[in-house]
Design a protein around this ligand. Sequence first.
Ligand code: FES
Ligand code: FES
Length: 163
Amino acid sequence: MSTIQRTWKLNGKKVSVRGPAGRRLLDYLREDLDLIGAKEGCGEGECGACTVLIDNEPVASCIVPIGQLADGTEILTIEGVEKKRAGRLLQRAFLECGAVQCGFCIPGMIISAYALLMRNPRPTPRAIRAALAGNLCRCTGYAKIIQAVTLASSRLPVPTKRK
Ligand code: FES
Ligand code: FES
């Protein structure tokens, strides 16, 4: 397998990346960089537990080989999102609404919700459901999660800029 050498912008900082082109981004983040917020659920791109933002789009990191990510790719993990204002608002709202039970799905949920709020700071419940459709939760029944995202959005100024 070929080895790649790249430079990405990860959580706002430049990182040099080297490794087998086929290595999963999820493994690289968790094992090499100790960014363990992204979880492995299905390992097949179905559950959303491993979601990260790649160039502002939520992506399942378990199915992305690092060789696919060009120089200059911007990656945001939950560790980066929780330093942003909207990320902190989401975390607080999830706790206030009781939207966290076992917590396994929550980093991925918050990443997808953050991406939504960055492009639509006042989403309808329907838009929230659609944005979180790729993130599965076995505990909460989703109602409190939708409520939490709505609460966080009500606390964001409009128009908003990526911060
Ligand atoms: S672990 Fe990646 S989508 Fe389920
Ligand atoms: S809170 Fe347990 S899977 Fe969502």
